[in-house]
Design a protein around this ligand. Structure first.
Ligand code: SAM
Ligand code: SF4
Ligand code: SF4
Length: 349
């Protein structure tokens, strides 16, 4: 693999979309399959045993992923996040991480996982160049956890994954918890309590209407503001500055200095204005919004001999033409409910 085309040489510094947003982040879904069936993401009634996931030849190869990433780095991408499905189900993932970390211009390589395989791979992942992990853990209550994972995995496995990741140096570790009213919102205190003083940052995510299959209801969303008030009644919270431009979580320090919590409020406080993220599906479709109804397929072009310059032109035009702001539209109830959106497991979070 060569990484000869230095990203800065031809970088049109500051490629901006139609709303003036730079391209900075790339989320790469390396695997559409998952070993969980979280009802808010991959409900079992749809993703059952005979659901047809991608075959291995349909997924982008590592070389293809690296090639697309190199091109997007030339257009401004600096941060990469590997996701899925469950990214740690992708065989030999560390090889890909090694190649991605070696791309000139890449400043950060992170991974989002449900944590089941993290204890096993943490050391290898770090050695390959992974910098940080985010572990999804919706509740410490075993029954609530099982309900939210669709009956798979376990709290202890996730906690062990977090511990091994911490030891391997994959920090600062973030824990993501999707909050659903009446399902796990009564267990959020335990999450804050459990990770206080450990350096692990817990972030609460508003339940989103991603895809078309999770039967999303607005009533099930616990607005971050409400959650914040509840948490602040137990631990005073002090707002913190974003750690970088475009950070999706609003950060708060626990008043006693024991840590930090975050709130990701895509539903009630959309952050489209700062959205610098592109998403690559495991079969090579590039999306410029998590709620997109269509993306740009790259796989056939990659396999059909397209040269880098042609691909670059297409990618540049794609970002320039982008005007996505789904969450802002949703707030104004303009979002197209009838349109078929891409599924979360397919492009990652
Ligand atoms: N399987 C990995 C995991 O769960 O961490 C990575 C992929 S998962 C799609 C990425 C993130 O999306 C997870 O933190 C998950 O909780 C979040 N997510 C999935 N469906 C969601 C929804 N409907 N609303 C909010 N977050 C969601
Ligand atoms: Fe799998 Fe992650 Fe979706 Fe849960 S949220 S079903 S762990 S991809
Ligand atoms: Fe970005 Fe789309 Fe989310 Fe808005 S709705 S923040 S444009 S991914």
């Amino acid at each position: 693999m060569t990484h000869s085309d230095a990203p800065t040489a031809s970088a049109p510094a500051g490629l901006r979309d139609r709303r003036g947003r730079l391209l900075r982040d790339l989320r790469i879904s390396v695997m559409d399959r998952c070993n969980f069936r979280c009802p808010y993401c991959m409900p079992r009634e749809t993703f059952h045993e005979s659901y047809r996931f991608l075959g291995s030849h349909e997924r982008l190869s590592f070389d293809e992923i690296v090639r697309v990433t190199r091109l997007l780095v030339r257009l401004g991408v600096r941060k990469l996040r590997l996701t899925g499905g469950e990214p740690l189900l992708r065989p030999n993932l560390t090889d890909l991480i090694g190649d991605l970390s070696a791309i000139d211009g890449v400043e950060d390589v992170a991974l989002t996982t449900n944590g089941t395989l993290l204890a096993k791979y943490a050391v290898e992942l770090r050695a390959a160049g992974l910098q940080r992990v985010t572990v999804s853990l919706d509740s410490l209550d075993p029954q609530v956890f099982m309900r939210m994972s669709g009956g798979f995995g376990g709290v202890e496995e996730a906690l062990e994954g977090i511990e091994q990741a911490r030891r391997a140096g994959l920090g600062p570790i973030k824990v993501n918890a999707v909050v659903q009213r009446g399902v796990n919102d009564h267990t959020v205190f335990e999450l804050v309590e459990r990770f206080r003083g450990t350096g692990v940052i817990v972030r609460f995510i508003e339940y989103m209407d991603v895809g078309n299959r999770n039967h999303w209801q607005r009533d099930a969303v616990v607005p971050s503001r409400e959650l914040l008030q509840r948490i602040a009644s137990r631990w005073p919270l002090e707002p913190l500055q974003p750690s970088y431009h475009g950070e999706v979580a609003d950060r708060y320090a626990l008043g006693d200095g024991s840590g930090e919590v975050g709130f990701i409020s895509s539903v009630t406080q959309p952050f489209c204005g700062d959205c610098t993220r592109a998403r690559l599906s495991s079969d090579g479709v590039l999306y410029t919004c998590l709620f997109a109804t269509r993306g740009t397929p790259l796989r056939d072009r990659l396999r059909g001999g397209a040269c880098d310059d042609d691909l670059l032109d297409a990618l540049r035009a794609l970002w320039r033409d982008r005007s996505d702001n789904y969450s802002e539209q949703r707030r104004g109830s303009l979002a197209g409910d009838g349109e078929r959106k891409v599924e979360m497991f397919y492009i990652g979070g």
